[in-house]
Design a protein around this ligand. Sequence first.
Ligand code: GDP
Ligand code: IMO
Ligand code: MG
Length: 429
Amino acid sequence: MANVAVIGAQWGDEGKGKVVDWLASRADIVVRFQGGHNAGHTLVVGDTTYKLSLLPSGVVRGKLGIIGNGVVLDPDALFSEIEKVRAQGLDVGPHNLRIAENTPLILPLHPALDRAREAARGEDKIGTTGRGIGPAYEDKVGRRSIRVCDLAEPETLSAKLDELLLHHNSLLRGLGSPEFEKQPLLDKLLALAPRLLPYAEAVWETLDAARVAGKRVLFEGAQAVMLDVDHGTYPYVTSSNTVAGNAAAGAGVGPGAIGTVLGIAKAYATRVGSGPFPSELFDDVGRMLGEKGREFGTVTGRPRRCGWFDAAMVRQAVKIGGVNGLVLTKLDVLDGLKELKICVGYKVGGVETRRLPAGMRAQAAAEPIFEVMQGWSGSTFGARSYAELPAEAVKYVRRIEELVEAPVMMLSTSPDRDDTIALRDPFAG
Ligand code: GDP
Ligand code: IMO
Ligand code: MG
């Protein structure tokens, strides 16, 4: 099966939405396998901009969208997003959106706990999106989750709510936050059942049938390797595995079904939220990248921190994420800079290393080692072929390939879906 998985190779917001949209035209099915509505994927089609959080980006191309069991699903967020894209003219309903019946739900008590915890952390806050992602994954692993399939069993819902409230109200009480009552939550879930259940199915079977029929499946990652709960800059991470390997468990397919793994990386680096960022810039160049790149969180609206491309970190993401090829986005934002820097490693306690250390203190202390490259005076904005790129831009791309030890398979030169340079067809394997 010629499938493709798309994952972020930095700290999120690399342009996965645009790339998934572009690839979706060549796919039959687009599957989300982790994360939730903490993701914000922007797709620009002519004059219309779609901002998707939960819906697989393939819906814009009229493809079958699947929300896999690895996602944590906030039903209110789902239905308001469906309304929003319907108002933009898209057709979304149970005929083209399927949700794994074993997907855990985000309930109102999850964002409440997320926010209360962040407030209690004060200066040490993670900078979460406040959408209840972490607490919802905790409940899944703690075997307390209410899942989509539970909506068909009112007695199960009632018993599970008792257990859930015992746990959550104890925590909320400890944090000095208001507690939740059972009945309004039960009423909400019972009212939700007829709306959500038509979307629910055993998506592993749908995906198995797609495999047998030779259909092309695109796995759409959210967040990025450096936000992975195991491999990222822990604890400043999200609460799921963002690496492509999780596409198998998070959708219900075998590891062989994942196919080619594309790692998406900006031609520089950004991060929303707290945590280490060795190549971060605090000067005019950083401000320029933020303004020109319109670096504001799609979900939170917070300004993104900006810095130079960190090749050591992306190399790490390539190895851990099993990335076969890179998609380099936002090359156009670097247009006009006289000089570019690439982080090629770190100095930690006076010792040089190519690997970001795992410890919190060591990560915070990592000083970047930069290599300087010449910028270009021409424009890459909107380029659709390699031949249109200035020679120095090509050199920059080639140097990145060497440093991260992966080929660049695609380049993106504007927010528009068609301003893309494809060097290889990822579905060709
Ligand atoms: P995602 O979370 O990885 O899907 O990325 P986001 O959509 O949150 O953020 C990426 C932003 O960059 C969006 O505003 C995109 O429209 C924009 N974008 C994507 N590719 C390019 C590009 O090549 N050039 C420019 N200038 N903007 C881009
Ligand atoms: P996409 O898919 C960028 C960050 C938050 C915070 C940390 C934990 O658009 O790339 P969470 O709410 O997940 O518990 O927050 O992760 N974060 C993202 N940063 N892009 C995202 O998604 C993100 N999703 C979560 O800012 O630092
Ligand atoms: Mg985003």
